[in-house]
Ligand binder design. Structure first.
Ligand SMILES: [Fe+2]
Length: 238
């Protein structure tokens, strides 16, 4: 028995399709054993300053994301060994570490794409169909941002706040997930358009314990173009 991973070895997750595929397919398809690799950022570490410091981006990407990748790959090999031996107890016992680290990789791969330097369009308001959908579902962009900031600030401990497209109801939703749970754990019909990391490691070096200030400033470098592309693809394929 072999495990089909969602990203091929040696390839990055820089593309829209790859990030969307990771988020939408989850972790459990069994076929050929492959492992994750750390994707390169589509911009320099300091390119999001002053909203997010280069020190945060470097540590976040090189240490935190890398750790999720390393630990997921290790667990994948352990899972394969357990399955080969028919060791159901070990296989079941690995599910937690697979979910946490696989989720960490999925979430961060999307997160990097959700950000862009101002010089590359970061912070520019969404246009066309996503802009209209935001107005329809939340009243206006400011109301959506306020809702995501409020829910992100209120999330206890560590986790993520998401702008999701609900493909069953054909509407936008704001969701939160705890720890490194990817959005897919709340339903395969939820497509992540934006995911904002509210773990302390995402902001503490710059904003200390003031998560609301981090949430206020991150919108200056949000890549709405990416979110719009994911939305158009998801909403026209249902
Ligand atoms: Fe993070």
């Amino acid at each position: 028995m072999a495990l089909r991973c969602l990203v091929t070895r040696g390839r990055t997750l820089g593309g829209l399709d790859k990030a969307a595929a990771v988020a939408s397919k989850g972790l459990g398809q069994l076929r050929g054993l492959q492992t994750f690799s750390l994707p390169e950022l589509p911009y320099d570490y300091d390119a999001l300053e002053p909203a997010i410091s280069g020190d945060i981006m470097r540590l976040h990407h090189q240490k935190h994301h890398q750790a999720y990748v390393t630990n997921y790959n290790k667990a994948v090999h352990q899972l394969q060994d357990a399955l080969d031996k028919g060791d159901a107890s070990t296989a079941v016992g690995l599910q937690g570490v697979l979910k946490f680290n696989g989720g960490g990789h999925i979430n961060h791969s999307i997160f990097w794409e959700n950000l862009a330097p101002i010089s590359q369009g970061g912070g520019e308001d969404p246009h066309s169909s996503l802009g209209w959908a935001i107005d329809m579902n939340f009243g206006n962009l400011e109301a959506l941002i306020k809702k995501m900031n409020t829910e992100g600030a209120a999330l206890q401990g560590s986790g993520w706040v998401w702008l999701a497209y609900d493909s069953e109801l054909n509407k936008l939703r704001v969701e939160t997930t705890a720890n490194q749970d990817p959005l897919v754990t709340k339903g395969l019909h939820l497509v992540p358009l934006l995911g904002i990391d509210v773990w302390e490691h995402a902001y503490y070096l710059q904003y200390k314990n003031v998560r609301p200030d981090y949430l206020k400033n991150i919108w200056k470098v949000i890549n709405w173009k990416y979110a719009s592309e994911v939305y158009v693809k998801a909403s026209t394929s249902v």
